[in-house]
Every structure is written in structure tokens, then in C-alpha cells.
Design a protein around this ligand. Structure first.
Ligand SMILES: [Zn+2]
Ligand SMILES: [Zn+2]
Length: 331
């Protein structure tokens, strides 16, 4: 099955041979390949929408350094929101379910996970999945949208600042995500930037929730506004920036530094530090070797928090057909 068909190779099949699926646990040296920019970004043209919001959100997150915007409630809600929106929305929803179909679940639950992912401002589900499927198809080759072998800056953040013709409009990327766009829900999110307005609305809800709690606790306007803004700054702006950099670190650091369990054609690596911050997504060499596996940790010491949440959801019957790594059958 080719990527032009309904469901791409990279999402639903295992393109590696038997050798690549045996655990070798080699550290390996850092690859020295040097790549040109993808042809689809040449000639360079700024992606103004992404440029503006990436810069704006970083500036807004800096408000966290002003003590007036701090509250213990805002800070703790921010930590919890990382698990809810990043781990549930991006790791489980966007990545392991929508991109790779590592398990199945009821539609209402799939849509709920996708909406949590939308609240991370990483793009619509269809666009995110399209970019990631292309990454798997051309990992660390010129057509890879964000290989750090162009430069570490490019792999981490630079690729977001320029227009990539493959993903700029839905007409260009729909061929990578036909399976997703058959569902009117995902098509609806693309219309008039609905996914973006959902992000804005969820930010407003954090402010309103904080305002209500502030009113309950302090009973005055100033205290209510301050609590509202503390939740907005810590649970939306800081969380968005923190998770952005964690996600981008998977694209960049996990293709540069770390060890390899599998000889894949790319330079994907298992990086424990990225795994710690990205809840298991840093076991990236394992993931490139077995893309459908719902667990990215393959060996006993490769802790993958996201996997244990999927495992728990399986135990309570909310998800099924969970794909496990092949090497687990050996042990
Ligand atoms: Zn990768
Ligand atoms: Zn993936």
C-alpha cells in the first residue's frame, strides 16, 4: 500500500525487516549526514500565522516571571494540564491513535482525545498527522519536514517558521490523511480554522474558571481577576510553550543523541531525558522501528508513562486491539 492510498505505510504497517525488530541495544555513533532544506519549502517564504503565534505565545508565557500572575492554584493546574492535554491529547490522541492506530476505541473517546490535542496549539489533527506520517516515510532524508540533519535549529523550531507547500493547505496534505478526513468531525475542525478557535475558547475557559474560583475564595473583583490570569498564564501559556519544546525535542534531540535498540534507516535514538519530559515519546528509536506499537518503551527500564495510561484504559475496557512491541513476546 502506498502513501497515496487511503492509509499510509508509515501509519499502519511495519516497514522494517526482521533484523530491525531484534533488540540489539547498540549505542552507535552520531550520524554525520548533512541534508538540504526540503524542496517543498524552497524558495523560502515565511509562514506568518505560525511565526506570529509562536512568538506571541513565548512573550505571553514570560508573564510567568511577574509575581502578580502567580498563584499556587495556577501552578498546580498547569502541571495537571500538561498530563491532560499533552499526554492524553498529543501522545495518546494525535500520535499513537490517529497517526499510527496503535489501538482502537469508541469514536466519542477518539474525538475527545483529538479535542484535548487541539488545546495544545500544535495544529489541527489532520495536519499534525499528515506532517508526522511524512516524517516517518522520509525520516532524516531531504523530504523529512523537520530533520535535525539540516541543522539542530531547523529540526527544533526553524521548520515551523517557513511555509511547507506539502502542508500549507488541506488540498496539499489531504492525501496523507484520507482515513481521518473520511470522518466529518476532522473535516469540520479544518473549516475556518475551527481548531484554532477551540484553542482560544479553552484559554478563555481557564480564565473564567480561575475567575470563579477567585470570587469564591476572595469575594472581590481584584482577587478574582488575579486568579483568572494566574490560571491563564500558567495553565495555558506556560503549558503550551513547555509542551511545544518537549514535542520539538522529540523531533530534534531524539534524532541526534541517545542509544539505538534497532538498526533503522534513520538516526532515531532513545533518549531518556526527552522521554522524561515527553512522557515516553523519547524512546524514539523503538518507535521508528515499530511505529504501530502503543508502547514506546520496549525494555524494562524504558519507562513510558503514556503506555501505562493506555494499559489502564485497556484494563477498564475503553480501548482495545492494543498493539504491543514484538520483543515482548520473547520475554
Ligand atoms: Zn522521528
Ligand atoms: Zn510516530
Amino acid at each position: 500500500m502506498s502513501i497515496e492510498n487511503d492509509v499510509p505505510d508509515s501509519a499502519l504497517s511495519e516497514p522494517f525487516d526482521e533484523e530491525s525488530t531484534s533488540v540489539t541495544n547498540e549505542t552507535g555513533s552520531v550520524d554525520s549526514r548533512q541534508l538540504e532544506l526540503p524542496k517543498s519549502v524552497q524558495p523560502i517564504k515565511a509562514d506568518q500565522f505560525q511565526l506570529i503565534f509562536i512568538v506571541l505565545l513565548h512573550i505571553l508565557a514570560l508573564l510567568a516571571f511577574i509575581p502578580w500572575f502567580y498563584s499556587m492554584a495556577g501552578f498546580l493546574t498547569g502541571i495537571v494540564s500538561v498530563f491532560v492535554f499533552a499526554m492524553m491529547g498529543i501522545n495518546i490522541g494525535y500520535h499513537r491513535l490517529l497517526t499510527h492506530r496503535g489501538f482502537s476505541c469508541p469514536k466519542w473517546f477518539e474525538h475527545a482525545l483529538a479535542l484535548l490535542g487541539v488545546c495544545m496549539l500544535q495544529g489541527s489533527p489532520a495536519r499534525w498527522v499528515a506532517i508526522h506520517r511524512l516524517h516517518h516515510k522520509y525520516s532524516d532524508e531531504q523530504a523529512d519536514p523537520h530533520s535535525p540533519f539540516v541543522s539542530a535549529y531547523w529540526g527544533h523550531i526553524g521548520w515551523l517558521f517557513v511555509r511547507n507547500r506539502e502542508f500549507y493547505e488541506i488540498n496539499n496534505f489531504e492525501r496523507y490523511v484520507r482515513d481521518l478526513l473520511r470522518d466529518p468531525f476532522y473535516l469540520m475542525l479544518e473549516q475556518k480554522l475551527l481548531w484554532f478557535w477551540i484553542y482560544c475558547f479553552h484559554a478563555f475557559l481557564f480564565f473564567a474558571g480561575g475567575y470563579a474560583v477567585g470570587w469564591y475564595v476572595t469575594g472581590n473583583f481584584d482577587g478574582s481577576v488575579q486568579m483568572g490570569f494566574s490560571l491563564l498564564v500558567w495553565s495555558v501559556f506556560v503549558r503550551t510553550i513547555f509542551v511545544w519544546h518537549c514535542t520539538w525535542a522529540v523531533n530534534c534531540i531524539s534524532h541526534l543523541w541517545g542509544y539505538q535498540n534497532y538498526k533503522t534507516s534513520d538516526n532515531s535514538r532513545n533518549n531518556w531525558l526527552v522521554s522524561l519530559f515527553a512522557h515516553g515519546e523519547g524512546w524514539h528509536n523503538n518507535h521508528h522501528a515499530e511505529q504501530m506499537s502503543a508502547s514506546h518503551g520496549h525494555l524494562w527500564y524504558e519507562f513510558d508513562l503514556t503506555w501505562w495510561v493506555i494499559w489502564s484504559l485497556e484494563k477498564v475496557g475503553l480501548v482495545k486491539n492494543v498493539v504491543r512491541p514484538r520483543c515482548w513476546k520473547v520475554y
